[in-house]
Design a protein around this ligand. Structure first.
Ligand code: TNX
Length: 509
């Protein structure tokens, strides 16, 4: 197995075949599923940095790439890939499986003096977890639709299935709503440190959702409630409680030279936990029902995320009652509510998914809160902050990033954690999946996103897709380190400005 090619996430099984490699050329015919053939052109063009207008040829021919829908690959999202000198065949039972096979093929294609070669190989593969996500915070800094689509392409290349968009926070409201245009009129123009801000129109949002769907990715929108809502007060002062300015917040703001949050003024600092909606007023519930109703209508995917984190400015009993009510509201809208694990303490609607964002070694409060979701018969998404919060620095010298999650997060630390070992009593059956999070207090462009996501997003993707850490010799840091280093040339061709981490020896083309 030591000759396993540079594949991430690690497939279930890889075996070499004793033939010459397959040769990809501009003449390679595509056969089989027409939608997958179109995807093959796009994915292989991006992987080779050549516009490959591969011809469609329904006739059996040697050296074709065949994309077959079959029922003998039972696992959703799974695929089988065989490559030999006579051709490449990818089979799957669904379109996501065919795409996953194509992304594997993209990683296998290698430029040589004899052209683009694919090693002779047989791969049988399927995901461990169905939910494999990345969260993008577009509230602290705003990202244009084109940047979001670039993130979607990057996520798809690692076989991720969900893009969680953190659409609102203290610094800005990023989604235009028909029922409440004041939100974007009054509260979208600001961002961290005076950056420009911005918002998505309903059309922009639909465009993102549709683009994601073409990459087999479901958008999970988040409206963070009842905290992280300072921006709401810019549009609707009567719905916002006064900022709760603690001595800790004051000290942090002074250390960073930032202004303290003030009602009615855009907040551009990095502080968290000071804002809350007014929960003693029915008008707030009417507002939340409008917002979530419109968002549900705009969102074809099954999930609506209602936040629930760091609501230190909210009285605990009001928080509990609010989370119970708002998750039930989402359920009544026909969507599955998702909330940060903090909400586990409240009587949330039973189908609510909890998103765990504590450390890989949890404290009792975090573990109990996460477990509460499982006990209510739903599941959890794991986002342990000291492993998959990709806004953490890699090391002390990383220009961007924070360090609160137990110091910097090296690539090795992002890799070496096992989902079923994070919370006692929460094993695979209760884990919906894994989601990496990119908070953007310190990130303001695509190059910054790339540098913080790559290579650590690949580590998160492997935790979400591949067998448990340590269960095979290849599911190890040493193997990952070699495989991910082998992806350097592909990432360069794809235009991904990855962090050339010093723990990894990066292949040159
Ligand atoms: C914690 S995790 C937050 C965010 C910050 C992030 C920065 C969570 C649910 N809340 O508000 O942006 O840390 O790393």
């Amino acid at each position: 197995m030591s000759a396993i090619p540079a594949l991430v996430p690690l497939p279930r099984s890889v075996a070499t075949i004793e033939t010459a490699p397959f040769q990809l050329s501009t003449q390679t015919p595509l056969r089989g599923d027409p939608d997958a053939a179109a995807e093959a052109r796009r994915i292989l063009s991006a992987a080779t940095a050549h516009a490959l207008d591969l011809p469609t040829n329904p006739l059996p021919s040697s050296s074709a790439i065949t994309l077959a829908r079959t029922s003998d690959i039972a696992l959703p999202g799974g695929y089988r890939l065989t490559a030999a000198d006579t051709g490449v065949e990818i089979s799957a039972s669904d379109s996501a499986g065919l795409a996953a096979g194509l992304h594997t093929l993209a990683q296998l294609v290698t430029p040589t003096s004899e052209g683009w070669l694919v090693p002779a190989i047989r791969i049988d593969d399927a995901p461990r977890f169905a939910y494999r996500g990345v969260m993008l915070d577009v509230a602290r800094h705003f990202f244009a639709v084109s940047d979001v689509c670039a993130v979607i392409d990057r996520a798809a290349s690692l076989k991720l299935t969900h893009l969680h968009l953190h659409l609102t926070d203290d610094q800005g409201w990023r989604l235009q709503l028909r029922a409440h245009p004041a939100l974007t009129d009054a509260a979208s123009g600001s961002a961290i440190s005076g950056a420009p801000g911005g918002f998505y129109t309903r059309e922009d949002y639909r465009e993102i959702v549709a683009y994601a769907a073409t990459r087999h990715i479901t958008v999970v929108p988040e409206i963070d409630l009842p905290g992280h809502t300072h921006a709401v007060g810019l549009a609707y002062p009567h719905l916002a409680a006064d900022p709760v300015v603690t001595p800790a917040l004051t000290a942090e703001a002074a250390a960073r030279g930032e202004a303290l949050p003030a009602a009615g003024t855009p907040y551009t600092g990095l502080g968290v936990g000071f804002s809350s909606l007014r929960l003693d007023d029915e008008a707030t519930f009417d507002f939340v029902a409008d917002v979530l109703g419109e968002l549900a209508h705009l969102t074809p995917g099954p999930y609506l995320h209602v936040g629930g984190d760091e609501a230190f400015g909210t009285a605990p009993d009001e928080y509990d009652a609010f989370l119970a009510r708002v998750t039930q509201l989402v359920a009544d809208l026909g969507k599955v509510p998702v909330a940060w694990h903090d909400a586990g303490r409240a009587k949330v609607a039973p189908e609510t998914i909890g998103q765990y964002w504590g450390l890989t070694t949890p404290d009792t409060e975090g573990a109990d809160a996460a477990l509460a979701f499982v006990r209510r018969a739903s599941g959890v998404i794991l986002s342990p902050a000291d492993a998959v919060y990709l806004d953490m620095k890699y090391d002390d010298d990383t220009p961007r990033g924070l360090t609160w999650a137990n110091g910097p997060t090296s690539v090795r630390r992002a890799y070496e954690w096992e989902p079923s070992s994070v919370i006692d009593e929460i094993a695979d059956d209760d884990i919906l999946g894994v989601e990496a999070a990119v908070w953007t207090e310190t990130i303001d462009d695509l190059a910054g996103l790339d540098a913080m996501m790559f290579p650590r997003l690949a580590a998160a993707a492997e935790a979400a897709w591949s067998a448990p850490l340590g269960s095979t010799p290849e599911r190890s840091w040493e193997s990952f380190r070699r495989r991910v280093g082998g992806l350097g040339p592909l990432w360069r061709r794809q235009g991904i400005a990855f962090h050339p981490d010093g723990q990894i020896s990066w292949d040159q083309e």
